[in-house]
Design a protein around this ligand. Sequence first.
Ligand code: NAD
Length: 514
Amino acid sequence: MYDGRTNYIGGQWCAASNGATFPSLNPADTEQMIGIFARSGAEDVRRAVEAAEQAYPQWSRVPKPARAALLLRMGRLLEQNKEGLARLMVLEMGKVLEEARGDVQEAIDMAYYMAGFGRMPDGYVVPSERPDIYCAARRVPVGVVGVITPWNFPIAIPSWKIFPALLAGNTVVFKPSEETPGLACRFVELLIEAGLPDGVLNLVTGYGSEAGMALVEAKGVRVISFTGSTAVGKQIASRCGEQMKRVSCELGGKNAILVLEDADLELGCKGAVWGAFATSGQRCTAASRILVQRSIKPRFLQAFLEHVARLRVGSGLDPNVEVGPVINRHQLERIHEYVQIGKAEGAEVVMGGTVLTEGAYAKGCYYAPTVLDRVTPKMRIAQEEIFGPVTAIMEVDDLADALTTANATAYGLSLSVYTGDVRKAFRAIEQLEAGLVYVNLPTSGAEIQLPFGGVKQTGNGSREAGWVAMDYCTEWKSVYINYSEAGELVRAQIDTPVLSDGDSLSGGGEGRRP
Ligand code: NAD
């Protein structure tokens, strides 16, 4: 069990400089402590950033294939430790074991995918308009990257950010969520076992308003990669803007599944159940709105409720359970409050709507899978991210109405449409305002070889994963080399304009062009 020495700075495990700590609790039984962790502040962050700055010159000069080899070894270690990590994940943040294994698998996939990029092109050569000039552009690392992550994908999300950053030659300071510091420690322990050089990745555990904000403010940090709520993302982005610091934000969502009258209803139901209740609705891609075409609404709702009624709620270690606890008591209250807001706005609770407190639920943070019917677009429960096992049923007239309603929120992460008509599918792909669009699939289920991220208030245009994964932590450097023997200055655009007139094309420019 972790005992407070959970900062990893310059190759040493250490406590917070003022000795402060905080506990991490099991959401399925809040009397069970996962460990005690360093509650870091500005001084710890300063030391971590300094260590990362010191390690940067050497790490950025390590050949890229050798940096990739670290990720390859990390991938193998994640595979070997998959079960242990998954079980710790169930204990520390509550998702069910099968999903926890999927979370670790995503990091394994990312490690191997990124390792492959160690020998892929990282730039290009283009012809020059001038004779004897060589022109090339290449990616270069940015420097020290600050990584701030949420708790809901506690192994996958750090891997999306940290692996590309390390591969590109950056050094990193990692501030994980205060809800999942144990998993962050295990992640770093495995990277150390994989051969991480001292100072290349530094870990500071602690709270967002303390360690997190200190990282955003730290002078030596050149880029912040943040995943979390839109409210915090806005604060971070504006502070980064003032410092001219690069920032990548992956934020909240208000995702929807559109079920049209020509859809495979059973498939739509299964997708909606998974979309809405996987990870107890605590996914950024969770389907918290189900938009159903009016003509099939009664049939759909009945089938959907039958599925939801069968969901078993409990500890994620129980293989029969599909819905685990929510992350903490504060979130439990917030979810229940949203259901009350929905009722007051005129929605009807047709399933769930209660905090579960009896028997095995007594010590945990459990909420009954909840379905709200008669939800209309302007209601707060149709607009705001709830982040719990709650979904809203909304009626729509037709495809056009479904698309308008789906787009009518501030967010734009994941939208899905169930239809048997290819024309409607393509219309939806075209018009849905989201970073991820699914057809006949639920809103969750991203694969790491495609870009991941959202539009509108879900992000600031950056993307993770896919071959654009390195965009956030690299700069482009353009290089011009003159290898002419004539020893004369040839000015771009001035001495040899290529398309300014017919003369220059036919040998103008005083014989400089062959
Ligand atoms: P959160 O915003 O509360 O915290 C995220 C991280 O930011 C944590 O490490 C926290 O300590 C830190 N933090 C909090 N306040 C801070 C501050 N003032 N300065 C610096 N750091 C600060 O979010 P959460 O509850 O951990 O995660 C849930 C949210 O994350 C949801 O909104 C969800 O949609 C979003 N999310 C988005 C994606 C995506 O890719 N778009 C993926 C997963 C989760």
